[in-house]
Design a protein around this ligand. Structure first.
Ligand code: AMP
Ligand code: MG
Length: 414
C-alpha cells in the first residue's frame, strides 16, 4: 500500500501528452493548443466605423462642437462597401457600422446627432449635425488597434473555448495543432452486473459504474469507449482488456480487491500491463490499481483498475484518472486535479483512523470563504449521498473528530 501523494506522483510521471495533430477549429474546440496561433491580418484590418451615422473630418467639428454643422453627403457606405473617394472639407459620407472609413474622414457622428429631419440624408443631400460631445477620432476602431498581422494571438497551452475559436477564425487559422481527443475504453467487471436498462433479479446489480465513468470521461472532453460488462471469468475479462488496450487509456471497475474472484490484477499481468501501484492508503478507494502497457513511440496505454463500489470508483476516477486524462490532453498542470480549498465545518465530521478519508459535503459561501456541511452518506456503495455533493471533505488519517467551526480541507467537485 502506498500513500496518496506518492500514487499521484507516479500517475503524473508516467502520463505524457499525446502527439498533437492539426485539426479543424471546431473539432479542436475544448482542447489545449500545442502551438501558438499567429494572425495573418491586422485587427481591425482597416479603420472601421463603429456606429451608424456620418463619417466626417474632425477639422470641420473641433472648432465648433456646440454649433450645427452642415455638410454635403458625398457617398453612402454600408458594411462591405468601399470607395476610392476622399472626403473633402465640408463633406461627409453616410456610413454604417462595419464599413471602412473613407480617406479624409477620421470620426463618425452618430445618426442620432442629425437635426431637423436630416438623419436620412443620402449621397447628394445635405445633413445638419450637432454633436456636443464630439471628439476627434470618435466611433472609429483604428486599424490594428487590437492586434497586428504576425502577432501571436493565442499561446500554446491555452484552452480553445468559444472566444478562442472566434479569435483563431479571425486570425485566419482554419486548423490548429492540438492533442487528439483522449480515447478511454471502459469495462465493468462482475458476474452480478446487468445493464442499467435491465430489472435486476435477486443477486444482480445494475451496472452504474459504466454510465457513471463514461459521463465523467465525457465531461473532461475525452471520448468514452464503453466495452460493456465482463463477467468474472478470466477469458471474458482478458478479451475485454485486450480490446480496451487499443485505446489511450483503459479503465476497469471491480475485481481489484482481495476476493476470490478479484481476477483483474493477475489478468493485467498476463496481458503485459506493468503494475505501477496496487492499493493506496485512502478511504474509499484503497484497492485502486494503476499500470501501463508500454509500446514504442509514445503510444503506451495507461490502465486503471477502479474499485467496484460506485462511490469508491468515482472518487478514484477523480483522484487518479482525471489527471491522467488531463496530462494526455496536454492540459497545463494547474488543470490536472480538482481544485482544493479550506472550508469551515457547519457540523461534526470524524476522520478514519488508518487512512485519509473523503466524505461528501455541501459547500456554501460564508464570511468571504466556504462553509462545508457533511452530507448523510453510508459509504463506498452510496451514490445517493455523493450525487449533488459539491465537495468532498478531505480529512487526514488519525481518527480525529472535527467540531463545527473547524477549518478542513475540501475538494471542489463542481
Ligand atoms: P468488487 O470491487 O468487484 O469487489 O465490487 C465491490 C462491490 O461493488 C460489489 O458489491 C459489486 O457488486 C459492486 N459493483 C462492482 N461493479 C459495479 C458496477 N459496475 N456497478 C455497480 N456496482 C458495482
Ligand atoms: Mg466484482
Amino acid at each position: 500500500m502506498i500513500e496518496l501523494a506518492d500514487a499521484l506522483a507516479l500517475v503524473e510521471r508516467i502520463a505524457a501528452p499525446l502527439p498533437p495533430r492539426r485539426l479543424p477549429l471546431l473539432e479542436a474546440c475544448g482542447r489545449v493548443l500545442s502551438a501558438p496561433v499567429v494572425s495573418d491580418v491586422d485587427s481591425p484590418p482597416w479603420d472601421r466605423a463603429m456606429m451608424d451615422g456620418f463619417a466626417v473630418r474632425s477639422v470641420d467639428f473641433s472648432a465648433a462642437a456646440a454649433e450645427v454643422i452642415e455638410l454635403d453627403v458625398a457617398v453612402d457606405l454600408a458594411a462591405g462597401d468601399v470607395t476610392s473617394l476622399t472626403i473633402a472639407r465640408g463633406c461627409c459620407a453616410r456610413i454604417m457600422t462595419g464599413a471602412p472609413m473613407p480617406a479624409g474622414a477620421d470620426s463618425v457622428v452618430p445618426v442620432e446627432a442629425a437635426v431637423d429631419d436630416t438623419a436620412g440624408a443620402h449621397a447628394g443631400c445635405r445633413v445638419r449635425l450637432r454633436d456636443e460631445r464630439f471628439r476627434a477620432g470618435q466611433h472609429v476602431a483604428r486599424q490594428a488597434a487590437a492586434f497586428r498581422r504576425g502577432q501571436e494571438v493565442l499561446a500554446a497551452g491555452m484552452v480553445l473555448g468559444s472566444a478562442e475559436v472566434g479569435l483563431a477564425a479571425e486570425a485566419g487559422a482554419t486548423h490548429v495543432l492540438v492533442p487528439p481527443r483522449v480515447r478511454v475504453a471502459l469495462v465493468s467487471t462482475g458476474s452480478e452486473l446487468v445493464p442499467s436498462d435491465a430489472v435486476p433479479a435477486f443477486g444482480q446489480t445494475r451496472n452504474s459504474n459504466g454510465p457513471m465513468i463514461a459521463a465523467a470521461v465525457q465531461l473532461l472532453g475525452a471520448e468514452p469507449i464503453p466495452l460493456g460488462i465482463a463477467p468474472d471469468r478470466p477469458e471474458a475479462i482478458r478479451a475485454a482488456i485486450a480490446q480496451g488496450l487499443a485505446a489511450d487509456l483503459l479503465v476497469l471497475s471491480g475485481g481489484v480487491s482481495a476476493g476470490d474472484l478479484d481476477l483483474v490484477p493477475e489478468i493485467f499481468r498476463r496481458c503485459d500491463v506493468e503494475k505501477i501501484f496496487h492499493k493506496v492508503r485512502l478511504k474509499p478507494g484503497k484497492p485502486v490499481w494503476f499500470g501501463v502497457l508500454r509500446r514504442a513511440a509514445a503510444t503506451s496505454t495507461l490502465v486503471f483498475g477502479l474499485p467496484g463500489n460506485p462511490a469508491s470508483s468515482l472518487d478514484c476516477f477523480e483522484l487518479f484518472v482525471r489527471p491522467a486524462i488531463a496530462i494526455l490532453a496536454g492540459r497545463p498542470r494547474d488543470a490536472w486535479h480538482l481544485p482544493r480549498g479550506t472550508a469551515r465545518l457547519t457540523g461534526p465530521a470524524t476522520a478514519a483512523a488508518d487512512r485519509p478519508v473523503y466524505l461528501p459535503c455541501r459547500l456554501t459561501p460564508a464570511d468571504g470563504g466556504l462553509a462545508a456541511t457533511p452530507l448523510p452518506w453510508s459509504g463506498s456503495s452510496d451514490l445517493l449521498g455523493l450525487a449533488g455533493a459539491a465537495g468532498l471533505l478531505a480529512l487526514p488519517a488519525g481518527g480525529r473528530r472535527y467540531e463545527p467551526g473547524a477549518a478542513v480541507e475540501v475538494v471542489l467537485r463542481s
